[in-house]
Design a protein around this ligand. Structure first.
Ligand SMILES: Cc1cc2nc3c(=O)[nH]c(=O)nc-3n(C[C@H](O)[C@H](O)[C@H](O)COP(=O)(O)OP(=O)(O)OC[C@H]3O[C@@H](n4cnc5c(N)ncnc54)[C@H](O)[C@@H]3O)c2cc1C
Length: 413
């Protein structure tokens, strides 16, 4: 792995952002060495919503076809009052989403998205994936960046033109960007479980949250989002409550008392069904202030959660990692001999968008958890809006395109 090939990109982390970056650079003719600390990938997490701004990019990178085999395209997002179970609003998706935003809105298991990205990266001649290889340090040498990689307890130095740190919310590499911000707990806990639709709890839940849609139940103490996975044979439940405990892993089996307590605000059948849908796992939500620096002009860029982990209230964390990766590759490929300028442009272009998405998450958090007269006002405003008008609110978000996606699409045809 020694040497300093001129157009080699190093990527730390083979998660959603890292694999997308590897593909986006390799598609533009770069050689990519991608390092992942885990030896073997496990099916961690549960469902993920993939909005058209993300699926459009996955399409240009040849990932969408694979994903479509297991993903579902819900017909709508439906907001319901968690207490009365009354429908508050409906945003049409399905064919309407494809027509409006020119790419599908999908729900998938996170592991299926990861497998699709991994399969495409593994077959790409420009990408070499090194699993069981932690990037432990970074240094800058003349016009190259060096990564200290630790495979099998050994240490190796690998050099390239640019290192992309895609090592997630708990990033250890973010600190190599001077002035970068630490991740912080938000006081919100995300709870997840999967329910077989054929089980008694699953059958009951399907009657409240049918498998052809994303259903969000709103309540002041928590909101719960339900959508189908794996061909509708399972339902993914995500609930967000106040709470701090637990380490950063979905594999925690945690005391669910706070969840059960928050569920008391739901209608009885919904609370009982959700309670029966065990085992729940918990994940404390941490965020990273998006105003910190993301790059070092000598050849380092943060993407995804490492740069700007956000709350899941807009369901956009993975989508933003995908957008980051695509935008970064387009900018660096557009000015290969002007890396510092390309990195500065990456921050300048991405930051306003990330800030706006973060603001949308804050807005959703507020409006979904209000109570009393404010909730009443929210419900009236939602009821007054047509589905088309509600969909139009998402044009800025779901209609986004990387500058040169059209160029990549042309090259694939
Ligand atoms: C409850 C919840 C629901 C969500 N729902 C959605 C949703 O519906 N839609 C959406 O778009 N987003 C959603 N997200 C957000 C999304 O999961 C994340 O934003 C996304 O996974 C971030 O991708 P990433 O590539 O930045 O990091 P990750 O996917 O976390 O990948 C980081 C990778 O880096 C590896 N790594 C770490 N350190 C090193 C190192 N030193 N060397 C080598 N490898 C290393 C890790 O092992 C891992 O594989 C949700 C998040 C939560 C918590």
């Amino acid at each position: 792995m020694e040497g300093r090939p001129p157009r080699t990109i190093l990527v730390a982390g083979a998660g959603i952002g890292g694999l997308t970056a590897a593909l986006a650079f390799a598609e533009r003719g770069f050689r990519v060495e991608i390092f992942e600390r885990v030896e073997r990938f496990e099916a961690v997490g549960a469902g993920i919503q993939l909005s058209p701004n993300a699926t459009r990019i996955l399409g240009t990178l040849g990932v969408l076809g694979r994903l479509a085999v297991t993903a579902a395209a819900p017909e709508a997002v439906v907001l319901k009052d968690g207490k009365s179970l009354k429908e508050l609003a409906r945003v049409p998706l399905g064919k309407a989403a494809e027509t409006r935003w020119k790419a599908p809105y999908l729900v998938a298991h996170r592991a299926d998205l990861h497998t699709a990205l991994l399969a495409r990266a593994s077959e790409h001649p420009g990408i070499r994936l090194h699993s069981g290889s932690t990037v432990a340090g970074i240094s800058f040498e003349n016009d190259a960046v060096a990564a200290m990689v630790e495979p099998d307890g050994r240490q190796e130095k690998v050099t390239g033109a640019l290192l992309i740190a895609a090592d997630g919310v708990w990033s250890g590499l973010r600190h190599f960007v001077k002035g970068s911000r630490d991740s912080r707990p938000t006081g919100t806990m995300a709870w997840r479980t999967l329910v077989e639709t054929a089980s008694p709890a699953g059958r009951g839940l399907v009657s409240l949250a049918p498998t052809n849609r994303v259903t969000a139940f709103l309540n002041p103490a928590l909101h719960m989002v339900v959508y189908p996975l794996r061909g509708g044979t399972a339902l993914n439940l995500v609930a967000l409550t106040k709470g701090e405990a637990g380490a950063g892993s979905w594999t925690n089996t945690t005391d669910t008392t706070p969840l059960a307590h928050a569920m008391r605000g739901f209608a009885r059948p919904l609370a009982d069904l959700a309670e029966a849908a065990k085992p729940w796992t918990a994940w404390p939500i941490h965020t990273v202030d998006p105003n910190g620096p993301w790059t070092d002009p000598r050849g380092l860029a943060l993407v995804g959660d490492a740069a700007h982990a956000m709350t899941p209230f807009a369901a956009q964390g993975a989508a933003m990692a995908i957008e980051d990766a695509s935008a970064l590759a387009a900018l660096v490929a557009g000015a290969p001999n002007e890396l510092p300028a390309a990195l500065a442009r990456y921050e300048a272009i991405r930051r306003p968008r990330i800030r706006r998405v973060v603001r949308r998450g804050v807005f959703n958090h507020f409006t979904w958890h209000v109570s009393g007269p404010v909730a009443l006002a929210r419900n009236l405003v939602l009821a007054a809006r047509s589905p088309d008008r509600l969909a139009a609110d998402f044009d800025w978000l779901y209609g986004w395109k990387t500058g040169d996606e059209a160029d990549l699409t042309r090259r694939r045809m």
